[in-house]
Design a protein around this ligand. Structure first.
Ligand code: NAD
Length: 420
């Protein structure tokens, strides 16, 4: 592939895909990794994360050949467009990339760049690991019990965006169809109404649940919980649960066992190293993450449940400055922090880069650099527990030392060098 808008670094090699469906990659010791700083505070946290990740790669005998790519403000400045084709192509070609937040200006005609990227790359699983770093202030008394990974379906349910506005001809047509053709008369109140459609497909569900189970097997997790609202929405959320169980029962042999089979056939004792698949109703699950935190591992869910649950999990371990994420497709990973571009802090060298740094941990794990990933996580924890923190945590920690974004990154790099 030849690029006109971005430069491929002279050094480094591309990560090759061996088997996309199974995320099997051939990773060189000096991979080319596209990095997109993004908008707003992206220009603060992006370089900070880059420095830390590079230090961890070097400390484990590797190197990263960073390839700068652009979208949003940085792309408008350079090329007068929001999402250059070369940026998308580079992520597709090099398979693994990291990005900062992108601003979605409010106003008609402006498509969310994140949605456009997600659609073009078909990154159908939004993944957020939620674990507590010692020293990070939390609203719960035992935040260390939280160690979950949420897999949120990224392409259907409310993200399909199929809805019609009250007062339009379209909504009237849909209402008439639902009432007259589908037999739901006397169901929708008279007067203005907005109507949405919630598609949940077998295809979309199964590939998401497969990703979650594969992840659990690979990373030695004990359970995958399907979180749904199938008691009320039987044919969408209930179908998600049923198709999820089908994947568990039909595709993995003895490696995966459902909770029902476990009790019927094994008196609740799982085979060694097996993953147990169970399900919970979403509202119950929101309680359980608080009351039975330790019992859950990997959660797989449709889009809207995932939206609520992943934020609720994130709040328990310290919030936005800390929360990492990644979008996975088949043989493709685009890591990104959960937070947005926080424009009022942009360019002040002030905000917390931990979320972006830990997104890099997910990316390193994806390419099999577990030692480098662990080093980054340990170094962040060492830095925060020695009370060297950015302003957001500083105001909650007594006697802490307040660092700028770049100073915090330097402190993490020092800890990497000491821990390596
Ligand atoms: P936001 O996450 O940008 O900021 C909300 C608040 O959270 C900030 O004012 C700040 O107090 C705090 N915060 C966020 N990140 C922080 C960090 N790293 N360190 C310390 N504090 C931090 O959310 P918003 O204000 O709703 O959105 C701003 C813009 O970001 C919008 O245009 C939105 O569309 C976009 N956004 C992008 C993404 C993405 O690119 N993935 C995600 C969310 C929002």
């Amino acid at each position: 592939m030849t690029y006109e808008q971005v430069e491929v670094p002279d050094e480094g090699e591309a990560i090759e895909v061996v088997d996309a469906k199974n995320d099997e990659l051939d990773v060189p010791d000096t991979p080319v990794i596209p990095i997109l700083y993004g908008d707003g505070i992206g220009t603060d946290v992006g370089p900070a994360a880059q420095k830390v990740l590079e230090a961890a790669a070097n400390a484990t005998g590797r190197d990263v050949s960073w390839m700068q790519v652009y979208a949003g403000e940085s792309a408008r400045e350079r090329y007068d467009e929001n999402l250059p084709e070369d940026t998308v192509e580079a992520i597709k070609e090099f398979r693994v990339a990291i990005k900062g937040p992108l601003t979605t200006p409010v106003g008609a005609g402006f498509r969310s760049l994140n949605v456009a990227l997600r659609k073009t790359l078909d990154t159908y699983a939004n993944v957020r690991p939620t674990y507590h770093l010692e020293g990070v202030p939390s609203p719960v008394s035992e935040p260390q019990q939280m160690d979950m990974v949420t897999f949120r379906e990224n392409t259907e349910d409310v993200y399909a965006g199929i809805e019609w506005e009250a007062g339009t001809d379209e909504v009237q047509q849909v209402k008439e169809f639902v009432e007259e053709e589908m037999g739901f008369d006397d169901t929708i109140h008279d007067g203005p109404v907005g109507i949405g459609v919630k598609p949940i497909t077998e295809f979309g569900t199964k590939r998401l649940v497969r990703k979650a189970i594969d992840y659990a097997l690979e990373r030695g997790r004990d359970t995958v919980t399907l979180v749904h609202k199938g008691n009320i929405m039987k044919f969408t959320e209930g179908a998600f649960r049923d198709w999820g169980y089908e994947v568990a029962e039909e595709e993995y042999g003895e490696e995966v066992i459902t909770e029902d089979t476990l009790w019927e056939e094994r008196d609740g004792q799982p085979p060694e190293d097996a993953v147990v698949v169970n399900d919970r109703i979403a509202d119950n699950m929101l309680q359980q993450i608080l009351t039975r935190t330790e019992q859950y591992d990997v959660l797989a869910m449709p889009n809207l449940n995932g939206d609520y649950l992943s934020d609720a999990c994130g709040a328990q371990i310290g919030g936005l400055g800390i929360a990492p994420g990644a979008n996975f497709g088949d043989g493709l990973c685009l890591a990104e922090p959960v937070h947005g571009s926080a424009p009022k802090y942009a360019g002040q060298d002030k905000v917390n880069p931990t979320a972006m740094i830990l997104s890099g941990v997910l990316m390193f794990e994806y390419i099999g650099w577990d030692d480098a990933a662990q080093l980054v996580r340990d170094a962040c924890e060492a830095t925060i527990s020695s009370k060297q923190v950015t302003y957001d945590l500083h105001r909650q920690i007594e006697g802490g030392e307040k660092l700028a974004t770049s100073e915090y990154a330097d402190a993490v790099v020092e800890n990497i060098e000491q821990l390596a």
